[in-house]
Design a protein. Structure first.
Length: 249
């Protein structure tokens, strides 16, 4: 059984996963990253904070594959909603991912990844279905117990939606209604974040299956940074650990 690379976009998510790992693992520091290698819910894993932005995340993913033999990569994190129908606490399981800031026109069409000839990279269908089932189980069976009651009330997490859809990644934190409306008109995506499509490209180039779940932390508008900070602190790590436990345990 090959190593599962698990990347989180928040240090809080990584701490929650590392705490759940079996005793006897080791941590390897390289390139400002700590790779936590060992067993988690019966699987060989290497767990690491992606760091933020496409370059950082691609570098971390490459290291997971080249140095730790990751045979698949799972990514968890938060995202800003691009689809106005989504609310804080909803979960997007990535169907396909786009680099919203890729623009090599007029040499290549907007958003096409140069030399790969693709615009969207699809996630692995088997891992995606498992992640989707895990996210649904987490929401239906565990969220109410796992998340602090005051946070459930504050973010109105009574029954979050779980959807499969497009995710756009790029080196930009969206905090303007105008910007997110324009992005949503340009790309068929549910949410925006800063790493997923970079990791997907590395996985695509290495033939490594990739899947990702993103929890909506904000609506990518003028209030984004306020919701984002509070959500990370109280909720994001609980979601990440809960969803991955449903998938792997
Ligand atoms: N990750 C979480 N919220 C985000 C936002 N509004 N923009 C980009 N990445 C995010």
């Amino acid at each position: 059984m090959s190593v599962i690379g698990i990347m989180g976009a928040m240090t809080e998510e990584i701490s929650a996963l590392v705490e759940a790992m079996e005793p006897g693992g080791r941590s390897v520091r390289a390139g400002l990253r700590d790779y936590h290698v060992g067993r988690l819910w019966g699987h060989e894993v290497a767990v690491v904070f992606s760091r933020w932005g496409k370059v950082a995340a691609a570098t971390t993913a490459t290291h997971l594959i080249a140095e730790f033999g990751a045979g698949s990569i799972l990514f968890t994190g938060v995202a800003g909603a691009a689809n106005p129908g989504l609310r804080v606490g909803d979960i997007v399981v990535a169907g396909e991912v786009y680099q919203h800031d890729m623009d090599a026109r007029p040499i290549f069409p907007r958003h096409e990844i140069p030399l790969l000839g693709v615009t969207a990279i699809e996630t692995d269908s088997v891992l995606r279905e498992r992640l989707l089932a895990a996210a649904r189980s987490f929401v239906a069976e565990h969220l109410a117990n796992d998340v602090r009651p005051d946070a459930v009330l504050r973010f109105n997490l009574a029954r979050p939606a779980v959807v499969v859809g497009g995710v756009a990644s790029g080196d930009k934190f969206f905090a303007s209604s105008d910007d997110i409306v324009k992005l949503h008109a340009r790309l068929p995506v549910e949410c925006v974040e800063m790493e997923g499509a970079a990791v997907a490209q590395v996985c695509y180039e290495h033939g490594v299956p990739f899947a990702m779940a993103r929890t909506i932390s904000d609506t990518a508008d003028e209030t984004a940074h306020i919701d984002f900070m509070a959500f990370i602190k109280d909720v994001a790590s609980v979601y990440a650990r809960g969803i991955l436990r449903m998938m792997l345990a």
